[in-house]
Design a protein around this ligand. Sequence first.
Ligand code: GLV
Length: 389
Amino acid sequence: MSNVSLPPECLLKPMNFPHKVLMGPGPSNCPPRVLGASALPMLGPLHPEFTMIMDEVKAGIKYIFQTNNEWTVCVSGSGLAAMETACLNLLEPCDTALVGINGFWGERFADMVHRQGIDVKTIHRPTGEVFTLEEIEEALKKHKPTLLFLTHGESSGSTLQPLEGVGTLCHKYNCLLLVDSVAACGGVPMFMDKWEIDCLYIGAQKVLSAPPGASPISFSKRAKEKVKKRVSPIRSFNFDMNHLANYWACDGDVRRYHHTGPISCIYGIREGLAVLAEQGLEESWKKHKHCAELLYEGLEKIGLELLVKDKSIRNPCVTAVKVPDGVDWKAVIVYARKTYRVEIGAGLGALAGKVWRIGLMGYNCTPDNVRLVLRALEESLRMTRTAKL
Ligand code: GLV
């Protein structure tokens, strides 16, 4: 008798796959065109047909970031991998990072820097608020950091950090500006070069509506110089921008094999970028603003309160809604999922259990989806309240 264990029972049955409308903070549903591209046959990481697709992806990233940066690539992994790439390349032990914390993602970056044994200073705003230029300048003067981290679209608090003027301020104090725009870019204005952002990254699964697995990132000339002048080695082979820039043909040298990336995700992201390019950035920004306004209006009509009062700092891509007193937030999410197959996002970090989060990004950002999520939320609230009586 063989010693081989039996195959798992679950794999001998068909996969149970529910179709859901993902109206949380991401991932978004992918358009059929993106899913179709992701299912195309495999190519090798250095096949010319694949490197041509990589070049198209690079052009698309430059467009949505509004940058001409040479060092513009996708890193393999989710937005977190891009965050780690920025951290590992732009900081070394002699540096100080200043991290703006107004929610979950600032906390996450501060933790990441700390793990590298690098000095971290922090400035804080409550989740749901943003930093002013004055606060930033004061902290730059006080801490003299070499890098400032800010989250553009803080998905935990649904805020949009104003970025105009921050890059210029950073450069006045000899500091680089790193921006996480995972939950915003593509759905709101972004001008990487004009706003003097030194490093910017996003994920594939939000406004691009592509499968997670490859994340766009770009480094300014200043940021690239900082990497080139490091005195200590980059503590990651995987995320070393010197290697990645070569593999993405950003250094004028012959492409060398570095790793086998998520080829199917790159096909998907190529199509996600194509959808945005065909629509045009300004149209996309307009669409996100319009749908978000329909959502705000509908939420207020059903008696719900938005976390962010100041309209000028709301991120149209993700909206945090306060859970009313006495309401079982989880029961509402479960009801909407079971009855409508609609995902409503839970709160994250300090606001877990206190807010729901509704995402309107890319393919999912439509007036029909706004109506669907409002209907699901209204009925879920009514039914879970009744069930408690
Ligand atoms: C993920 O991006 C989240 O905000 O939950």
